[in-house]
Design a protein around this ligand. Structure first.
Ligand code: V47
Length: 381
């Protein structure tokens, strides 16, 4: 017998209006096609405006992927290369410093640094990279290495997660990006990245980072082999850690891009799926301050729409993005500050430049590459 979704939606609406937490079952129900997307989006928008008002955050940042050579073979990844593949590269210290200088010259406040788990490079190379950048550019925030990379460093050094993070903080690490989470549920994880750190390891690494005072982000890769309940399970696990530590700043739902990957037979998720996932993320993650619509991955139109479906941030101007462009993203490789502000304003939100730690950035109009950190941004979670 078919059950109507309407009574459950009414219960969910009452909970959202009362600021009550949604259950696992509520989350799964919101994924049903019979739950109208506009209704789900309108509920998420209530939470978005309660938490972040009318703000549309962005930052000015640059990516650095210092090597694409990786021992792992995640089926969803088009970026990785084998050691002897002609696509494989490792950047020299000079190239790394030049990327930092380019960031400074363009007024960036953040370097987003991730890469491959190289077969031969030692732990010291990864720490050294952070140290030389921090020494040369002490005001540039280094958001570096995912939980998966930290787990690889454990394997290389036999040190504890805490010791590794302490080494990296000492070298100049400012925070950690949210990658490597993919889908936590083992039914999916074992199909798409069986060899890399499992859910409990990824969670343990972020817990330890939070205990050491580092802020981190979190992600979920959707639109491949997972089902609705796998996504909701993933969000519930993130929510649980956030209850314990409060250390996550931003959640970024990542839409799978199939080109040049081991899953190229799968169709990329539709814009409707992107918006539904954005909205459900905002509704389930009632304790995470920010939800990011990563424009590189969503495309500009969907990212703009997402600002009314739960998202309050659209990431940065971004230079040198490789992970999505290798997997077929057709978005531009960078936006100017004027373009990013315009697209937020067109979506009816107030563009606010932030740094990685969500402090306002104030710029000198005569010299836009010069900036200073302003007040901490308040949120309603
Ligand atoms: O962990 C890899 C994903 C992630 C593909 O913290 C893919 O601010 C789709 O985590 N199609 C890395 N996704 C990117 C990431 C990120 C991005 C922007 C901001 C932040 C942040 C973090 O990209 C990986 C994986 O989940 N990914 N390949 C692909 N073909």
């Amino acid at each position: 017998m078919l059950h109507s979704i309407a009574p459950r939606l009414k219960t969910i609406r009452d909970k959202v209006e009362a600021g009550e937490r949604l259950s696992f079952e509520d989350g799964v129900a919101l994924y049903q096609n019979s739950a109208p997307l506009n209704d789900v989006g309108a509920l998420a928008n209530i939470v978005r405006e309660r938490v972040n008002g009318n703000a549309g955050y962005f930052n000015i940042n640059t990516h650095l992927n210092a090597t694409n050579i990786c021992v792992y073979r995640c089926t969803f990844c088009a970026f990785r290369s084998d050691l002897r593949d002609e696509r494989g590269y490792v950047m020299s210290d000079e190239q790394i410093i030049a990327r930092g200088q380019e960031a400074i010259d363009n007024g960036c406040t953040e370097l987003h640094i991730v890469g491959g788990l190289h077969h031969q490079l030692k732990y010291d190379w990864y720490v050294h990279l952070v140290r030389i950048l921090h020494t040369a550019f002490p005001h540039l925030h280094l958001k570096a290495w995912t939980g998966v990379e930290i787990n690889w460093f454990e394997f290389l050094t036999k040190k504890s997660v805490r010791e590794i993070l302490e080494d990296l903080i000492d070298a100049g690490l400012g925070s950690m990006p949210g990658g490597g989470a993919e889908i936590f549920h083992p039914e999916v994880r074992n199909q798409i990245c069986e060899h890399k750190s499992d859910a409990s390891k990824w969670i343990e690494i972020h817990r330890t980072a939070h205990q050491l005072g580092l802020k981190t982000n979190c992600t979920m890769l959707y639109g491949h082999v997972e089902r609705d309940f796998h996504r909701i399970d993933h969000l519930c696990r993130l929510r649980e850690l956030q209850d314990e530590t409060g250390g996550f700043q931003t959640f970024i739902p990542l839409a799978f891009h199939p080109d040049n990957t081991g899953l190229s037979h799968i169709k990329k998720p539709s814009a409707l799926m992107d918006l539904r996932t954005m909205a459900i993320s905002r509704l389930m993650l009632d304790n995470i301050p920010h939800i990011k619509a990563y424009w590189i991955m969503l495309g500009i139109g969907t990212a703009q729409t997402a600002l009314s479906y739960g998202a309050d941030d659209i990431d940065g101007t971004v230079r040198h993005e490789l992970i999505y462009h290798d997997a077929g993203a057709t978005t531009p490789e960078l936006l100017t500050v004027e373009q990013i502000k315009r697209l937020i304003a067109e979506a009816g939100r107030e563009p606010i430049e932030r740094d990685t730690l969500y402090r306002r950035i104030e710029r000198d109009h005569a010299n836009p590459a010069a900036w200073r950190v302003g007040e901490q941004i308040a949120v309603g979670v």
